[in-house]
Structures are given as structure tokens and as C-alpha cells.
Design a protein around this ligand. Structure first.
Ligand code: PRX
Length: 640
């Protein structure tokens, strides 16, 4: 059923045919799905406006392809989802394709009964429970646009996202469990909804059983609503370019933007990339440890696997609870064949005692994957040897929220592997490296990573602000999509991603704009000005260092006072964004290195935070070069 390239020769052949005629190539891939209507145009595009339309004229429904098709093919009793709860004492819950189909239809009818319909936006703020996947699919079933918000963002962030999308419904749970910690999710939503007048329904999943406040005007228990609807819900016919979902992500400026993905192209690419990167075979058990709150969870927990009729594991917990052996216990218990996680988790587990990894039977593993940030060579080797037993294919998958799916990666065992290299683009993808002037670099080179041709799951717009989409992605290099990443290509044509070249930090694979964190810190009453940068961190990849200038007289005179003020500022970031963005270091400084035109020289701040203050380079353009000495002196306590 899937478009599967099952040998190095087939991969080479696909690469070749995509290079000759990429539209014919993608039409061939798209032919492996069920469409209600055919397309009249494979791809209509230009990168100026930008305008990107795939499979125009076609009609489809994502869930008909994820669910109905497999049930109709007689695979209804195959496991679709294996849910692994936070507490290892609780049993794994298996949901077959037929059951999932039924649950999605019923959930979809609940949404309809609350007046939610095609084109309406629905915000999801849920733990990693099966209802999250069901809710995502229920939206897709009726053509509502889901906007999943990671349940670690603050009420403020949730409210911002609901307002920007103009959502009419929010779906949450009473509470959540993540490792030893709990979080009262409904209370966070209640706080957010005080500022969200567009929301008419708050659908609540009962999960932890904790007490919640209740607003009878808008709050509805899901389990009660489910009993009042039928289980029959035909899939809504969607235009290929109708919105499937919005997912908010951070950039170098302003508030997070809503990346828009549409039905047809996203479906084609999510299914294609999943099948080929992971080389999934019927009967395999596949596990991606991400949260559905991020793009990785959208494409490679929900849509990609289900489009392929795969068994996908959904994990509620964290890697280190109740012990750092949890991932490997689950791999052994469920006989996981494909395992996909982030370098930050790999590094954290690598730092634990070897017994946690060694004691488990991981022999079912065939493909192990990495995503979210550059994987350093040491972590790559450990993952390959200690987890992959030296025999698994290790796929380092490079992509972004905006790309919708994996663009550069090995394809199971059919591609050469090189530590710390993502490798070759998937057939059909055409990355290019350019220099600062936009000149295309050939052969072995290092430069800005761009893509010069469209692919089906690329970003269509930033919700409500197309100009922003043009500006951020299509204006830096004419005629190209700019990724924001720098990369190197070796003599064999393999890519190594260096990291972001803009003001975006990647903390444990989570993406934040430095400006966003600065805004949060600036909102503390004692703060006059600040600058935030990322510095290398052995586990998180990058961590946040905040340089803060306090208002006159605000610097506490005691150590305790300073500690308390740092904590307050951390709480401020927690309130404005979420705990995941909290700075690791807060350095109070009398000044910041600025150019004569008032621009902060972040290059200097990055060097200082990395302990490289002997390599500051040219500081002659600074308004006051002596400021640097103060910055270096203040950083000393963190670098000791
Ligand atoms: O810098 C790249 C890094 O993560 C960024 C995208 O972040 P986000 O949209 O949150 O999506 C993360 C999951 C796809 C990229 O611009 N990144 C992602 N994967 C890799 C990576 N950097 C290096 N190697 C990767 N495999």
C-alpha cells in the first residue's frame, strides 16, 4: 500500500526520477492514497508571494486514509495505538484500527453536537493520553482545524494561541501526570479562557480524577458527551488545500507564529516519509517518544504511522521515571522495532549508569532515529552501539515544524551512515547551500540551508499573516525557502546540520526565539533591559543565558536577595511562556555590549557565555568596549 523504496537501488531510482520530473514523482507517490476526487494540477507554485498548492482540485479526508481504508482492507483488528501510561505498574492499552475508527467518529460527533464544523479552529491542551490522538483525528474527520498546544506552555501562551487562531473550542483534561509530577491542566485552561471570548466549549477528558472548577456555560465532560452521540460520522470531503492544522512555533522575532499545513500535501508527505525513513513493515511496533504537542508527534506519532497502517506507541511518561531504564523497559516489553527520540534524551540516558541500558533485550530494534537538534558524535556512537547493538540503522532526521516532514535523513538501512550527519535529502527534496549573498554553493561547502523547490508538506502560510510567512522564509534568498539553519555538505554530498543561524535557541529540542524570552524577562518590574543567548550545554544541546540590566537601585545587596530575584525572574518566564523556557543562567550586568547604533552584539555575549572570551574578535565598533570587561567578570561565576 505505501510508496516504499525497499532497496538502495530503488532509492537511487526514485532520486533520479524526481530530479527529472518532480511533479510526476509526487503524483506517483500521491497515487498510493485514497482520494474522493482527483487533482487537476499536481503543483502550482512560486516562491515570491509565496503561493504553494499541491494536488489542486482533489478532495480527500485524512482520517479516511488513516482509518477507514485499513478497516476496509480487513486490518481492523490490527493495533493502531499502544498506549504506555506514566506509571509502569499500569497496563499498556491497545487500541485496534476498528476501535480507533469508532472512537474518532464518536468524538467527531461530540464536536459537531457543540456546533464545531469545517474550518473552525479547535485548541488541544492535553497530556499524552489516547484522547489526544483521537481528538486530533476527530477534528480532521469533520474538517475542523486543530491547534495542539504542548501541555507545558503557560496559561498566557495558551491564551495567545487561542486568540491568534480564533479558536471556538478547547479540549483539555482535569490534570496530567508526567513522571513524579502532576499538573492541574483544567485550572491552566480556566485561567487562559478568562481572556478568550471566542471559546464556547471546553471539552474536558477525565484522566487523573482530581477536582476541578466547573463553568456550566462552556465546560463539558467528554465521557458524558460521548454517551449522547452516535458512532456514525462519515468523513468530511476536504479540498486538498483546506487547512488541516495550525501549529505554533517560535522564530527570531515577535510572538510564536501559527504554521499552517493543509490536507492533501501534508498527507502525502507524512505517509511517504514515515514509510521510507523507518522502513516500517506490517506487524512492526514503532515508537516515537515525542509529545503530540510538537510537529514530531503530529507527523510521526499520529499521521505518518496511521497512514501506513502501523502500530504506533504513545507514551505518557518521561525517560527517567521511575528510572533511567524506562525507555529500554518499554522497548523490551513491547518489542519495539523502530525507535525515534531526541539527542537530549540520548545524552541524558548516556550519562546514567550503563546498567540501565544493558539489562534489556533490545534485539527487536531495526531502525533507531534522532530528531530535533544536532546529534554530537559521542551521543551518536553510544546510541548506535549501546542501544542499536551496532547493527541497527541509525537515521538522523533533519526537518522543521515548517517542513511538515523529514527532509534530510537516512532511509532505514538503505543509506550510508556517518556519525553526526543527517545524510542525503529524501528523494523529491532539493536542498541547496548558499552564501551570504545568495550565491549557490556547489560540492563540498558550508552555508545557509535553503530548499529551492516545493515539496507537498511545506508551510503554506503563517496563520492570519501571510506577509510574515513571506518575510521570514522567502525573502532572505530570492526564489528559495530559507530554513534558518546552517549546514555543511561533505565531498560525498552528505549534509551535516550545524544549527540555527538566526536568533532562535534550541533547548532540549524545544525551539524558542531569544526575543520571546527577553520580552518575558523585561516584563519583570525590576528589569531595565536584557539580552538572551543560547550556549552549549552537555545534555540540553543549548541552554539559555540571560544578561539582565536591572533598574537603578534594584540590585539586591545580599546573596540571598540575588538568588530570590533570579528565582522571581525565572517564575516570570514560567508565567509568560512556560517552564521549558526558563533560563539556566541569569547574570545581572551593569551594561551590554552595543554598537554605536544601539544594536546588542550577541556574538560577544555568546562567546562570553561559552567561556571563549579570549576569542571575541573585533570589538572596535562597540560604543563602549569597556562594558565587555564587566560582562566577562559577571559571567565568571557560571563558568567556574
Ligand atoms: O535547527 C534545526 C533543528 O530543529 C529546528 C526545527 O525545530 P522544530 O520546528 O521545533 O522541529 C523540531 C522537530 C523536527 C531546525 O531548524 N533540528 C531538527 N532536527 C535536526 C535539527 N538539527 C540538527 N539535526 C537534526 N536532525
Amino acid at each position: 500500500m505505501p510508496f516504499l523504496l525497499d532497496s538502495p537501488e530503488a532509492v537511487a531510482q526514485a532520486r533520479q526520477s524526481a530530479a527529472v520530473d518532480f511533479e510526476a514523482f509526487w503524483a506517483d507517490v500521491a497515487g498510493h492514497y485514497e482520494w474522493m476526487n482527483p487533482w487537476h494540477t499536481v503543483c502550482d507554485w512560486e516562491f515570491e508571494t509565496p503561493r504553494v498548492r499541491w494536488f489542486d482540485g482533489a478532495k480527500l479526508n485524512m482520517t479516511a486514509n488513516c482509518l477507514d481504508r485499513h478497516v476496509a482492507a480487513g486490518h481492523g483488528d490490527r493495533n493502531a495505538i499502544l498506549w504506555e501510561p506514566n506509571d509502569p505498574a499500569d497496563d499498556t492499552v491497545a487500541i485496534t484500527y476498528a476501535e480507533l475508527h469508532g472512537r474518532v467518529c464518536r468524538f467527531a460527533n461530540v464536536l459537531k453536537s457543540r456546533g464545531v464544523g469545517k474550518g473552525d479552529r479547535v485548541a488541544l491542551y492535553l497530556p499524552m493520553v489516547p484522547e489526544l490522538a483521537v481528538a486530533v483525528l476527530a477534528c480532521a474527520r469533520i474538517g475542523a482545524v486543530h491547534s495542539v498546544v504542548f501541555a507545558g506552555f503557560s496559561a498566557r501562551s495558551l491564551a495567545d494561541r487561542i486568540q491568534d487562531a480564533g479558536a471556538v473550542c478547547v479540549i483539555t483534561s482535569d490534570g496530567m501526570k508526567r513522571g513524579a509530577k502532576g499538573l492541574a491542566l483544567k485550572a491552566v485552561v480556566d485561567e487562559a479562557l478568562a481572556e478568550c471570548p471566542t471559546i464556547t466549549t471546553n471539552l474536558v477528558v477525565r484522566h487523573t480524577g482530581e477536582d476541578v472548577q466547573w463553568n456550566t456555560d462552556r465546560d463539558v465532560w467528554l465521557h458524558e458527551a460521548l454517551t449522547a452521540v452516535s458512532g456514525d460520522c462519515p468523513p468530511e470531503p476536504m479540498d486538498s488545500e483546506d487547512l488541516l492544522f495550525i501549529l505554533y512555533t517560535s522564530g527570531s522575532t515577535g510572538k510564536p507564529k501559527g504554521v499552517v499545513h493543509t490536507c492533501g500535501g501534508y498527507m502525502v508527505y507524512a505517509g511517504y516519509s514515515f514509510a521510507n525513513v523507518f522502513q516500517y513493515q506490517p506487524g512492526d511496533v514503532y515508537w516515537c517518544t515525542a509529545d503530540i504537542g510538537w510537529i514530531t508527534g503530529h507527523s510521526y506519532i499520529v499521521y505518518g504511522p496511521l497512514l501506513n497502517g502501523a502500530t504506533t506507541v504513545m507514551f505518557e511518561g518521561v525517560p527517567t521515571y521511575p528510572s533511567p531504564g524506562r525507555f529500554w523497559e518499554v522497548c523490551e516489553k513491547l518489542k519495539v522495532n523502530q525507535f525515534y527520540t531526541a539527542p537530549t534524551a540520548i545524552r541524558a540516558l548516556m550519562a546514567c549508569e550503563p546498567r540501565f541500558a544493558k539489562g534489556h533485550d533490545l534485539s527487536a530494534l531495526k531502525v533507531i532515529g534522532s530528531v530535533g537538534e544536532p546529534i554530537n558524535e559521542e551521543a551518536w556512537q553510544w546510541y548506535h552501539d549501546a542501544i542499536g547493538g551496532g547493527e541497527c540503522a541509525l537515521v538522523d532526521t533533519w526537518w522543521q515544524t515548517e517542513t511538515g516532514g523529514i527532509l534530510i535523513s537516512g532511509l532505514g538501512a538503505h543509506s550510508p551512515m556517518k556519525p553526526a550527519h543527517a545524510g542525503y535529502p529524501l528523494p523529491g527534496i532539493s536542498p541547496v547551500l548558499v552564501d551570504g549573498d545568495g550565491n549557490t554553493l556547489e560540492g563540498e561547502a558550508e552555508g545557509y540551508l535553503c530548499i529551492d523547490r516545493p515539496w507537498p508538506s511545506m508551510i503554506r502560510t503563517t496563520y492570519g499573516d501571510h506577509e510574515r510567512c513571506r518575510n521570514v522564509y522567502f525573502s532572505a534568498f530570492k526564489g528559495k525557502y530559507f530554513t534558518g539553519d546552517g549546514a555543511r555538505r561533505d565531498a560525498d554530498g552528505m549534509f551535516r546540520i550545524i544549527g540555527r543561524v538566526d536568533d532562535v535557541v534550541n533547548v532540549s529540542g524545544h525551539r524558542f526565539g531569544t526575543a520571546e524570552i527577553e520580552d518575558a524577562i523585561d516584563s519583570h518590574p525590576a528589569v531595565a533591559e536584557c539580552a538572551v543567548i543560547g550556549y552549549p550545554h552537555p545534555i540540553k544541546g543549548q541552554a539559555v543565558h540571560a544578561y539582565v540590566i536591572l533598574k537603578d537601585g534594584a540590585l539586591p545587596s545580599t546573596e540571598e536577595g540575588i538568588t530570590a530575584l533570579r528565582k522571581e525572574i525565572g517564575v516570570q518566564v514560567n508565567t509568560e511562556i512556560g517552564n521549558i523556557a526558563r533560563p539556566d543562567r541569569i547574570q545581572f550586568t551593569p551594561g551590554l555590549p552595543k554598537t554605536r547604533s544601539g544594536k546588542i552584539m550577541r556574538r560577544i555575549l555568546r562567546k562570553v557565555a561559552s567561556g571563549e572570551h579570549d576569542q571575541l574578535g573585533d570589538t572596535s565598533t562597540l560604543l563602549d568596549p569597556t562594558v565587555v570587561d564587566g560582562v566577562i567578570a559577571g559571567a565568571a561565576e557560571f563558568l567556574a
